[in-house]
Design a binder for this molecule. Structure first.
Ligand SMILES: [Fe+2]
Length: 278
């Protein structure tokens, strides 16, 4: 296969064809899975890819079992006219992990950029590497963080759920620790639609404020955060068990259109943190 690889900063790998528009389906799936487990994020750019959502879903089947939603396998991430949730608006999305409110937690997300938001319109997808963070944090900070549990609740079109998760937990299949956290929205103005519920347990009041601030600064520190700026046709694979992800705000009216599929692990992970879902 004729392609080149480039390390992304501060983590992840970019893979591009060298000669022309090779088909993305010519890349070996098992090799991609191995690289993803090492790099945690892969961007495929410049490949010939998918004409429709069904082609995209068919491709993703090769990675494993796809999570089913009321809308099917493929989430169409486009701005809606009168959104009832921030997901379908042009505001920022707080860092979170996928599946936190559902019965099973996907191992991998696959995104396909149908239409980029355009240069200088924002709308990057943010990814923070929690394995790298924990490897570099002081013992003192990890000690504080290990006392924390967070309780999250969220009601939207597809679920009404509550989840309680320790901040630090073992990766479900690998021998390292990760952070599970859904950032409370920093945008407290009315532009953020449908705020989730959020409570911290295990710390005193003043400690809680310091904790939220320190953690926020850490998650967004450039040494741990990769922001993917979309180009039309990009495919991004991300490791949901190790990373947290969110979205930058983008210009109203920008033609941003992503498709997203969630893939379960070989043994699907039953959500250990879910209190209820309706
Ligand atoms: Fe997500």
């Amino acid at each position: 296969m004729n392609f080149k690889t480039t390390k992304l900063n501060p983590f992840g790998l970019l893979i591009e064809p060298i000669f022309g528009k090779e088909d993305v389906q010519d890349l070996d799936i098992n090799e991609l899975k191995t690289v993803l487990s090492q790099e945690h994020l892969i961007t495929l750019r410049g490949f010939r890819s998918f004409d429709c959502a069904e082609d995209f879903a068919n491709y993703c089947e090769a990675f494993g079992e796809i999570c089913m939603w009321p809308f099917g396998k493929v989430l169409e991430l486009v701005v809606q006219d009168n959104p009832e949730d921030h997901i379908f608006d042009n505001t920022y999305i707080p860092l979170h992990w996928d599946g936190m409110y559902r019965e099973q937690v996907p191992e991998t997300q696959v995104f396909h950029c149908v239409s980029s938001p355009g240069t200088d319109n924002g709308g990057g997808t943010t990814f923070t590497n929690t394995k790298m963070i924990l490897e570099q944090m002081s013992e003192e900070v990890r000690e504080t963080w290990s006392k924390v549990n967070c309780v999250y609740s969220r009601k939207m079109e597809f679920y009404d759920s509550q989840t309680k998760a320790p901040l630090l937990t073992k990766h479900p299949e690998r021998d390292y620790s990760v952070i599970r956290y859904c950032e409370p929205p920093t945008h407290s103005d009315e532009s953020f639609i449908n705020h989730p519920g959020f409570e911290v347990e295990g710390l005193e009041n003043q400690e809680t404020e310091d904790f939220i601030q320190t953690l926020n600064q850490t998650l967004y520190a450039p040494e741990f955060l990769y922001t993917h700026r979309w180009e039309t046709g990009d495919i991004v694979l991300s490791d949901n068990h190790t990373l947290l992800h969110g979205r930058e705000p983008f210009t109203k009216g920008a033609p941003r259109h992503l498709r997203r599929v969630q893939v379960l692990g070989q043994t699907p992970l039953e959500n250990p943190h879910l209190i209820y879902t309706k």
